[in-house]
Design a protein around this ligand. Structure first.
Ligand SMILES: Cc1ncc(COP(=O)(O)O)c(C=O)c1O
Length: 412
């Protein structure tokens, strides 16, 4: 069978994260002589909290009604329903102070799909994309899959000696230098970040924005974890494409409302970019999901003005902040390895000072505890692991137990 050259090449470069997740599959765990029910995983890049009850009820209402269910089976407009885009504009204003017109919004299937389509809408062969190191592990594959002949350039943002993000001035200088040399067409900025859970500061972002504006590059904010921000939100969280037409923001229902498998994403951007995205979506997904748009729209209509959504998000944020503290404290108490203090999101990065691939396999085989090796997020994490507290937010006792087990093994 002759598959495409592109996919053959990509299948030969499997993601290290997928590989370790495969290694931790139930059957492999049994083959290793371990009990799958006793595995403690810090591997999951997902949230464990429950969706708002009011959202679940919206699904019930539609699915419990013959006409409602029938209606939810129709195609949506490629841009998404106007009502849904209006509700999103109101929500962005209410939660983050972002001023949006519905002309600045397109609804998609997820951030993953929107990022893929955006690459097609903005980048030509031969142009360059800037990613940080570390950064979200799916970007390089997505870029390769969407665009051939595109060079990825990396900016190191982690100081691996001090095990902290570089200060903003240094990051800004690094960016200026790299920009001058490589002139990337777009920059991907996940904030809060996966895997580091750091939030980029306003001064660094402003430096990038000035350069991107002057030189016609695009800044793509990936806001998958925007509602899980533990520090005072940076000012750019409320930037709008009407003020910054070269800025694009990608959002998703995956993480705020535990909609990972019931996904809906949206993007805000300048009208010209939205029009381009509409054309791409006609070919990629035709239209976003109707049922999820109906329920999300109704949910927002009923829970925005009365403050219920804000209260829900506050509560959820507090739980993740608490889980992050439990994680960092357990690392300090049991392993005393350097780790980043999360400023938002679901993760921390722990420096293990040896090849992390080997460390992860050894720890899994001997303790039944799963970490994610850092290499897939960038070279700066070859000797580090990503630890996720996201799945354990409703069962925080388990967090400490894993580190206790690892410490016991390492002491032996
Ligand atoms: C930074 C980042 N962006 C995007 C995604 C994917 O989002 P979605 O579920 O909307 O495709 C993830 C998922 O883990 C992520 O960590």
């Amino acid at each position: 069978m002759k598959l495409s050259n592109l996919i053959v090449q990509m299948m030969n470069e499997p993601s290290p994260i997928r590989q370790i997740m495969k290694m931790a599959s139930r059957q492999n765990i049994i083959n290793m002589g371990l009990n799958p029910d006793e595995i403690i995983s810090y591997g999951g890049g997902w949230v464990g909290h429950h969706s708002p009850e009011e959202l679940r009820e919206e699904y019930l209402k539609i699915c419990g009604d013959v006409n409602g269910f029938h209606e939810s089976g129709k195609y949506s407009l490629t841009l998404g329903f106007e009502e849904c885009r209006n509700a999103i504009a109101e929500m962005e204003k209410h939660l983050f102070g972002v001023n949006l017109d519905i002309k600045n919004i397109i609804v998609g299937q997820s951030s993953t799909q929107l990022a893929h389509d955006l690459l097609i809408a903005l980048v030509n062969p031969g142009e360059k994309v800037l990613l940080f190191d570390p950064t979200y592990a799916n970007y390089p594959g997505q870029i390769k899959m969407a665009l051939q002949n595109v060079k990825i350039v990396r900016q190191r943002v982690l100081d691996t000696e001090r095990w902290e993000y570089k200060d903003e001035k240094e990051m800004a200088e690094d960016f200026k230098e790299l920009y001058e040399k490589e002139k990337p067409k777009i920059v991907f900025i996940p904030s809060p970040d996966n895997p580091s859970s750091q939030i980029f500061g306003d001064n660094f972002i402003k430096t990038m924005a000035d350069i991107c504006q002057e030189k016609n590059s695009f800044m793509v904010f990936d806001y998958a974890y925007k509602t899980q921000c533990f520090i005072t939100p940076p000012k750019y969280f409320s930037w709008s494409p009407t003020d910054y037409p070269f800025m694009i923001a990608i959002h998703s229902n995956s993480k705020w409302g535990r909609g990972l498998g019931r996904r809906l994403g949206w993007m805000d951007a300048d009208e010209e970019i939205i029009n381009a995205m509409e054309r791409v979506q006609q070919c990629s997904i035709l239209c976003p999901d109707t049922l999820h748009q109906f329920t999300f729209t109704n949910y927002l209509k009923n829970n925005l003005e009365n403050g219920r959504l804000k209260r829900y998000l506050e509560e959820i944020k507090k739980s993740y902040f608490e889980a992050s503290k439990v994680t960092v404290n357990a690392i300090k108490e049991y392993l005393d390895m350097p780790c980043l203090i999360p400023q938002g999101g679901l993760y921390t990065l722990m420096k293990v000072n040896e090849d992390a691939d080997k460390f992860v396999k050894r720890i899994l085989k001997n303790t039944g505890v799963l970490f994610i090796p850092g290499k897939g997020f960038g070279d700066s994490l070859k000797e580090a692991v990503r630890i996720s507290y996201g799945p354990h937010v409703e069962n925080m006792d388990i967090i400490e137990e894993g580190f206790r087990r690892v410490a016991e093994y390492l002491e032996k």
